[in-house]
Every structure is written in structure tokens, then in C-alpha cells.
Design a protein around this ligand. Structure first.
Ligand SMILES: Cc1cc2nc3c(=O)[nH]c(=O)nc-3n(C[C@H](O)[C@H](O)[C@H](O)COP(=O)(O)O)c2cc1C
Ligand SMILES: C=C(O[C@@H]1CC(C(=O)O)=C[C@@H](OP(=O)(O)O)[C@H]1O)C(=O)O
Length: 362
């Protein structure tokens, strides 16, 4: 069983994770790890914090001589911004609509929202990406690759090959992924990238924020990951939970997803033919089990909650109406969320692979 937990606050000493269940013998490198971390940190629309952090990952255990040992892997990512925050306490008395502030403060009985904001922050996703790197390295040994790209930001859509092709021909996700890596918003359509950047600039000027949609594809998946025999073993359920757990993600679909609801069965399901199934509208999973096709997911992220032109809120001390608290913030982080989703998907797929194959070393 591959599992992990994270710890740490956004402006505290650092972010940490323990990843348990990685087999021995997986080669890992500090350089590749830092590339993964910087893919998440950077992107057009991210705020000033991205320039403060370098997300250097300290590997405290579980790796010896560049290979995993099978022991729990402990990673620590010091927060450089801690130097600017230590010894200070900046309370948040006007909860930001859309952030965890209000619900978290009431739930845990705080007098202000600072402790909520610190732990609810997506700073924590740096640790998820570090864990996801190890899962990706395990999958790499089986020629399984996880990719993502952004398809829309604030209603501006990328022009991409038809969905049916994106889901069924391996060379297409590979190409889209390659192009996305060249785009500042991680969108494979470089013309749309320009318009998305302009929209992000406009939102920033207005003190507003944006969300969007990204896709994740997993190629090289064998038949048989996950199971229909128990609800919590279904691969689609596990993947959906993993991606929905990312801060700001509000919708997830597989294959043609919500479009299925408008189709006749005869148009919807993927016929079995030799040598290969002609379509993959299911998105690579039937009955909660991978069917050997590309696993294809799409997820929607809401606009960032912290607004420079804030929404109405209530001061929790005076109970008077006021404007929501303003803090340094990202304007748009859809490309970063997509990288986090790659990591979460890699962790779930690697867990299901270990379940099916077993093995203490790889
Ligand atoms: C990579 C990434 C960066 C984010 N950056 C910010 C940010 O700078 N400011 C902010 O208010 N929310 C940001 N968010 C979103 C909030 O963390 C999220 O909306 C909040 O924790 C509430 O959770 P929920 O939206 O899932 O309900 C970010 C999310 C991700 C995935
Ligand atoms: C720090 C990161 O993301 C943060 C996520 C976040 C939030 O509320 O989720 C708020 C911002 O924090 P700060 O106010 O310190 O700039 C983001 O920068 C990161 O991704 O590394």
C-alpha cells in the first residue's frame, strides 16, 4: 500500500511529508525532483511568493545512494518566506469568501482565521508534488507516464485536437504535454496562451482572479488496476477523490464525462474490436478497473478566493459587515494545479499497481 501524509503551514518553518510503501530499488535524482517542484511553483498568474521560494527538497530518509530502500521516505521543504514571518502574527478577522477561513475558524474554535489559512493553503501541494515524483519514477519503470495540460482559463478555450483523439491516440497527449511545457500557462495552444495571459493581466489590474480547466492523461496503463469488488477499490473513485482533494478543484470527469448523459448507449460505449478498440470515451476505466486504454480525466478549478478588490465579509470581532481580508495572492494557478493533479494521479496509479503486482523491490 502506497500512502502519504503531509504536514506544515504556509509561512511556518517548512512543509513535510512521509511517503510509506515505496518499493526498494527505484532510482531517484535531486535534479529531477527540483524540476518537478519548479513546474508546480511557476506559471503566469502566480504571485510574488513563487519568487521567494526555491522549493529545495531535503530527503531525510528512505533513499540511499540514489535509490529507494523500501523504508518510509521523509521529505522536508523549508519555507524561505519563514524568515519574513517568524515571530509575527497577522490575524485575519474578515474571512475571505471561497477560502477555508470561515468554516475552519468556526470548526476549530479560533478567534481569527490565520491558523486556518496557514494550513488550508495550497503551499502544502509542494509536498504532494515531491511524493508524486517518487510515484512517477515507479511508474516510469513500467512505461506508464502521467501528463497534464490546461484547456481553458476564465472561459478562453484552447483549440486542441478533438477530444476523441486526445483520449485514444497516445501520440496526441504526448504532443500536447510537450507543447504545454513550453507555455507559461501550461496550455498546448500557444495562440490561446497569449489571450489567457492577457486575461490574467486584466484580472490582476482589476484586483480579480481566475480559474479554469485542465486535463490529465495516463498512458501505458495495464488492464486491471483497481477493482469493482468493493466501493473503495474502484480506480475512478480513488482518482476522483485524489484530484478533488486539490485546493480549488470543484469538478472532475472521466472520458466524455458529463456528455455521456446526452448520448444513446450505442453512441456512448466503446466497442471491442481487433486489433484495438476504436474509441476510448470511457476514459480508460470500466467498472472501476483500468481497461488498458489511456486514463483520461478533466478537472475544473474555481477562481482563486483572495481578491485584491474584496467581496463583502463580516468582521468576526465586531459582527459588522466589512470587506474581506486582503493578502498577497495568486491571480490564477490552473497550470500549477494541473501539475499537482499529475502527482496525485501518479500516487493513486502507483498504489493500484503495487496492489495488483505486489513487490518489495522493483
Ligand atoms: C497551486 C494553487 C495555488 C493557490 N493559490 C492561492 C492563492 O494564492 N490565494 C488563494 O486565496 N487561494 C489559492 N489557492 C486556492 C485555495 O487554496 C483554496 O481555494 C482554499 O484552500 C479553499 O479550498 P477549496 O477551494 O477547495 O474549497 C490555490 C490553489 C492551488 C491548487
Ligand atoms: C505558497 C504557495 O501558494 C500559496 C497558496 C495560497 C493559498 O491560499 O492556497 C496563498 C498564497 O500564499 P502567500 O500569501 O504566502 O503568497 C500562495 O502563494 C505555493 O504554491 O508554494
Amino acid at each position: 500500500m502506497l500512502r502519504f501524509l503531509t504536514a506544515g503551514e504556509s509561512h511556518g518553518w517548512g512543509i513535510a511529508a512521509v511517503l510509506d510503501g515505496m518499493p526498494a530499488g527505484i532510482e531517484v535524482s535531486q535534479e529531477e525532483l527540483s524540476v518537478e517542484l519548479s513546474r508546480r511553483r511557476r506559471g503566469y498568474g502566480r504571485g510574488e511568493r513563487a519568487n521567494i521560494e526555491n522549493d529545495h527538497v531535503l530527503i531525510a530518509s528512505g533513499v540511499n545512494d540514489g535509490k529507494t530502500t523500501g523504508a518510509p521516505i521523509c521529505i522536508v521543504i523549508p519555507n524561505k518566506d519563514y524568515e519574513n514571518w517568524k515571530g509575527k502574527y497577522v490575524p485575519i478577522y474578515a474571512p475571505r469568501p471561497g477560502h477555508a477561513d470561515f468554516a475552519g475558524m468556526v470548526k476549530y474554535g479560533f478567534n481569527d482565521c490565520r491558523p486556518v489559512a496557514e494550513r488550508a493553503s495550497a503551499r502544502e501541494t509542494a509536498a504532494r508534488v515531491a511524493c508524486g515524483y517518487f510515484a512517477k519514477k515507479l511508474l516510469e519503470k513500467e512505461n506508464i507516464k502521467v501528463m497534464s495540460w490546461v484547456v481553458s482559463i476564465g472561459g478562453i478555450w484552447a483549440q486542441l485536437p478533438p477530444l476523441e483523439e486526445r483520449m485514444s491516440k497516445e501520440e496526441i497527449p504526448k504532443k500536447l504535454f510537450y507543447l504545454a511545457e513550453c507555455s507559461e500557462v501550461r496550455c498546448p495552444d500557444l495562440e490561446a496562451t497569449g489571450r489567457m495571459k492577457k486575461l490574467i493581466d486584466e484580472a490582476r489590474e482589476k484586483g480579480d482572479t481566475l480559474g479554469g480547466i485542465f486535463e490529465v492523461a495516463v498512458i501505458g496503463v495495464p488492464v486491471g488496476l483497481g477493482s469493482y469488488v468493493q466501493w473503495d477499490r474502484r480506480l475512478d473513485g480513488r482518482l476522483a477523490a485524489a484530484v478533488m482533494s486539490i485546493q480549488g478543484v470543484k469538478g472532475v470527469e472521466f472520458g466524455v464525462g458529463f456528455e455521456f448523459s446526452e448520448m444513446m448507449g450505442s453512441q456512448a460505449h466503446d466497442p471491442l474490436k481487433l486489433p484495438k478498440r476504436p474509441s476510448n470515451r470511457a476514459g480508460g476505466i470500466e467498472g472501476g478497473v483500468s481497461n488498458g486504454e489511456i486514463i483520461f480525466m478533466r478537472a475544473a478549478m474555481k477562481p482563486i478566493p483572495t481578491l485584491k478588490s474584496p467581496l463583502p465579509s463580516v468582521d468576526v470581532r465586531t459582527k459588522k459587515e466589512c470587506q474581506a481580508y486582503i493578502e498577497r495572492s495568486d491571480v490564477c494557478a490552473v497550470g500549477s494545479a494541473a501539475v499537482v493533479a499529475e502527482s496525485m494521479v501518479a500516487l493513486v496509479v502507483a498504489d493500484a499497481l503495487l496492489e495488483m503486482r505486489g513487490g518489495d523491490r522493483w
